[in-house]
Design a protein around this ligand. Structure first.
Ligand code: AG3
Length: 282
């Protein structure tokens, strides 16, 4: 049996499936955990690959360690989305982190990850972690001056995650951060989602004094090349604090940190177009 994600109307990714471990419809989406021959167990939401046990480290490390090593003393972290627990696991590697709040809209995703993806979800039981099953958009608008880092580990900008790509949400995120806080969001593929990257970069760039995009290869996501956008009130990821580097990581290094901000020409063009747009339409 094969699983195919139709990544675009004319492009798909197919994986040979050993076994369907779980399949259910939650209040928000269709959840599946499949055991694939190539990448092992894989979480799929509404037919879209979220993570596999073989390549998850690239995404989870890059969305976590780049901000964690940009901020010199991050203690209170908020994760929006990320119900599989992969980001939480990376954050819990830092002894100085005192609180990690995970705000996930769909409790069934957390349950499926606890049951079928223990190596990803294990840190959800860390005593510093609080899991709140609620709407991240509402949560962000209800808090102020509370977090050093906010990480937005969303699904695609459709269904439950749509509002996580809107300007108003990023204004709330700005207010939820402390005076020297910073945010990182997963912002999709420069090949497949160019206009989304452009739009979100524009918001973040207009709200935060420091804004940078970085890239990492994720084999199971559309096109395989993925972007993350950082908005920061004070610290620059290009001159990161020389702080703690956790053990047990497989992708991130200080050199990888810098190289991920070196952007190919077509991605730079996407962003320079973004700043031109700031003055024009909308
Ligand atoms: N969040 C980003 C998934 C995007 C995948 N898109 C797709 N397959 N079309 C991943 C969550 C991992 N914690």
């Amino acid at each position: 049996m094969w699983f195919t994600e139709r990544q675009t109307t004319s492009l798909g990714l197919s994986l040979k499936v050993r076994e369907t471990l779980y399949r259910a419809r939650s209040e928000y989406q269709e959840i599946a955990v499949l055991d694939t021959e190539q990448y092992g167990r894989m979480l799929v939401l509404d037919g879209m690959v979220q993570t596999t046990v073989s390549d998850e480290f690239v995404y989870h490390e890059m969305i976590s360690h780049v901000p964690m090593r940009t901020h010199p003393h991050a203690q209170d972290i908020l994760v929006i989305g990320g119900g599989d627990g992969g980001v939480v696991r990376e954050l819990c590697r830092y002894p100085n982190v005192t609180s990690v709040t995970l705000v996930e809209i769909d409790g069934d995703v957390v349950e499926a990850a606890r049951r079928f993806l223990p190596e990803i979800s294990l840190a959800l039981d860390d005593p510093r972690v609080e899991v709140r099953i609620t709407d991240g958009i509402k949560f962000a608008s209800s808090v102020e001056d509370s977090y050093d880092i906010i990480i937005i580990d969303s699904t695609e900008p459709m269904g439950p995650a749509e509002g996580l790509f809107n300007e108003g949400f990023y204004r709330d995120i700005f207010n939820a951060l402390k005076t020297d806080g910073l945010v990182v969001a997963q912002t999709e593929s420069p090949f497949v989602n160019a206009s989304l990257i452009n739009r979100v970069f524009r918001f973040i760039n207009s709200i935060f004094p420091v804004c940078h995009l970085y890239l990492a290869p994720i084999p199971t996501y559309p096109s395989g090349l993925w972007s993350f956008t950082m908005g920061s009130k004070h610290y620059s990821p290009l001159s990161p604090a020389k702080n703690f580097l956790p053990k047990g990581i497989k992708y991130y290094t200080p050199d990888v940190h810098f190289s991920s901000f070196s952007l190919p020409v077509f991605v730079q063009e996407l962003l320079s177009h973004a700043s031109e747009n700031t003055e024009g339409e909308d």
